[in-house]
Unconditional design. Sequence first.
Length: 132
Amino acid sequence: MSAIHQYIERRFGLLNGTDWSSRKARDIDVDVAREPEGIFIAEAGGEPVAYITTWTDKESMIGHIPNVAVTLDHQGQGIGRRLIEYVLDYFRDVGMTHAKIETLEPNERGYHLYTSLGFEEMVRQVHLFRKL
């Protein structure tokens, strides 16, 4: 699966000496700082093989899933699906009434997974970027 940071790097190269994975890691750090109890990790053989980050909006009662990732050698085994199902139960347990997840258009695998779990497409967003 791809991150917007990868697409930016493909077009513009490294940004001020930072690669896409370091920028993505900072996004994950923000998720962890925001709501550490909403971070879940799947393991196989005692090693982490997938993670999902979440946060809850207690005013609108929407549970957000900003990031889901499964290592390449563990994809296609249902780990991502089980993580999302676990998080949907977690959202229900903490009183959320809805859940939101996003994906980029080229991520057909993610789109198929999310819609198979009952998520409905609301609208497409276009990401624009430029050098200053």
